[in-house]
Design a protein around this ligand. Structure first.
Ligand code: IMP
Length: 183
């Protein structure tokens, strides 16, 4: 059965409803890659993945960008329903300076926006030539701050999603689709 027709999948104890099937993700990620390729036309870019959730998205995205690409990562203190950006911490820093570079921050999901706002502030201090945000998912109804998301995969409703890199308590990152845990 094509992935797009599969409404729910049972994974051990979890029933996960498919929200964005693998074929839709693939198509949209390809479009974003082509858009980035056009926008940066010939310029080298540094893709900075936010661990761990952006891993799968980043791996697919980088292969649809036809530019000289280098890769780095940042780790942030994990999401625990953070109400202010005061409790965010860098747990893993970039391995190379980004001064004078064109940087694209690649994130799995912008929820309240607090994490991205905080990270943009920290990275801007390092004087990149440009700094853009690319997020697979955005939940506009949850926004507490406005984050300038230049490349966006999908807008979704206020539901907790898993799969394609996103986790629920460390699990379900390996699902090839984005879904909602129903039971
Ligand atoms: P924000 O600071 O509220 O925008 O939260 C961003 C981070 O929270 C994301 O990078 C995710 O790690 C996590 N997060 C927010 N919503 C979800 C979700 O629906 N599923 C999984 N992780 C989420």
């Amino acid at each position: 059965m094509p992935d797009s027709l599969q409404a729910t999948r049972r994974l051990g104890a979890d029933e996960v409803e498919v929200l964005l099937p693998a074929d839709r993700l693939r198509a949209r990620v390809g479009e974003i890659g082509r858009e980035i390729t056009r926008d940066y036309a010939g310029k080298p870019v540094v893709l900075v993945g936010v661990l761990k959730g952006a891993l799968v998205f980043l791996a697919d995205l980088m292969r649809s960008i036809d530019l000289p690409v280098s890769l780095d990562f940042v780790g942030l203190s994990s999401y625990v329903g953070t109400q202010t950006s005061g409790s965010i911490e860098l747990t893993a820093d970039l391995t190379r300076p980004i001064e004078g570079k064109h940087v694209i921050l690649v994130e799995d999901i912008v929820d309240t926006g607090l994490t991205m706002q905080w990270l943009l502030g920290r990275l801007a201090e390092r004087r990149p030539a440009s700094l853009a945000v690319c997020a697979l998912l955005v939940k506009p109804s949850r926004a507490r701050v406005q984050v300038p998301v230049r490349y966006q995969g999908f807008e979704i409703a206020d539901e907790f999603v898993v799969g394609y890199g996103l986790d629920h308590e460390g699990r379900l990152r390996n699902l090839p689709f984005v879904g909602v845990v129903r039971g």
